[in-house]
Design a protein around this ligand. Structure first.
Ligand SMILES: C[S@@+](CC[C@H](N)C(=O)[O-])C[C@H]1O[C@@H](n2cnc3c(N)ncnc32)[C@H](O)[C@@H]1O
Length: 206
C-alpha cells in the first residue's frame, strides 16, 4: 500500500539509523543464538542490521525499490535485502524461518491482506517459530484523522489501518498461532513529538 509515498519518503530518508525500542526489547527472547529471521516491510533496515549484528541470519524485504536498492548498494552482504510485496510474497524459501518480524507494517495492509500475510507467515515458520509484530492501535490519538477509506483505515499523508487488539489476536489464533505475549500502550514507540498507542504481539507456531 502507498508504494509511491514510501519511495518518495526513502529518497530523503535512507540514512542508517538506530534500532527501534521494539527490536531491542525482544532481542533476548529470540530462541537461538543464530535464528533464521525474516523481516517484512524492513524500511531502512535499522532493525535488520541490529539483528544481524547480534549474529542472526537475516533476510529482509520491502516493497520500495528506492530503499532496497540503497541497502543493496551499501556494500554489505548481511542482512540479505530484497524487494517483495507482502500482499503477494514471491520468495520460496528453502527452509522455514525461526522468526518473522513486522514492525509498523500490518497497518499498511487491509484486513484481507493481513489475513493472507498471517497465513503465509504461519506456513513459513518452523514448529516453535515466532511472529513478532508492533503496530498502531485504534486507541492511538491519530485514529480517525484524515480521510476515512474503510473501517479502521484512514489516509493522512499515507494510509493506515489501525488495529483492534481483540481482532488481531483472534485472527492470529484462527491461523493456528498461540499468543505468548501482548501489550497495548503508549510510551513504546516514541518518535519526536509522537507517542502512539501500539500493540506488541509475540505469537508462536506450536
Ligand atoms: C512505517 S514503515 C516501517 C519500516 C520499518 N519496519 C521500521 O520500523 O523502521 C512501513 C514500511 O512498510 C513497507 N510496506 C508497506 N506496504 C508493503 C507491502 N505491501 N509490501 C512490502 N512492504 C510494504 C513500506 O514501504 C515501509 O518501508
Amino acid at each position: 500500500m502507498d508504494k509511491k509515498y514510501w519511495d518518495g519518503y526513502y529518497t530523503d530518508h535512507h540514512a542508517k539509523s538506530k534500532p527501534t525500542s521494539f527490536a531491542k526489547s525482544i532481542i533476548n527472547t529470540l530462541p537461538k543464538k543464530t535464528c533464521k529471521l525474516l523481516e517484512i516491510g524492513c524500511g531502512n533496515g535499522r532493525d535488520s542490521f541490529y539483528f544481524s549484528g547480534k549474529g542472526h541470519d537475516v533476510s529482509a524485504f520491502d516493497q520500495s525499490e528506492v530503499i532496497i536498492n540503497t541497502l543493496q548498494n551499501s556494500g554489505k552482504n548481511s542482512p540479505h535485502f530484497f524487494i517483495d510485496d507482502i500482499r503477494n510474497i514471491s520468495i520460496q524459501p528453502k527452509e522455514p524461518f525461526d522468526i518473522v518480524y513486522a514492525r509498523f507494517v500490518l497497518h499498511a495492509l487491509n484486513e484481507y491482506e493481513a489475513q493472507q500475510a498471517f497465513k503465509w507467515i504461519f506456513e513459513h515458520l518452523n514448529n516453535g517459530g515466532l511472529f513478532y509484530s508492533e503496530s498502531r492501535s485504534i486507541k492511538d490519538n491519530i485514529f480517525g484523522e484524515g480521510e476515512k477509506i474503510e473501517q479502521n483505515i484512514y489516509k493522512t499523508d499515507h494510509r493506515r489501518r489501525f488495529l483492534e487488539k481483540k481482532d488481531l489476536l483472534k485472527e492470529l489464533e484462527s491461523f493456528g498461532f498461540t499468543i505468548n505475549y501482548v501489550l497495548e500502550k503508549q510510551g513504546l514507540a516514541v518518535y519526536k513529538d509522537s507517542d502512539p498507542v501500539v500493540i506488541r504481539v509475540i505469537a508462536q507456531k506450536l
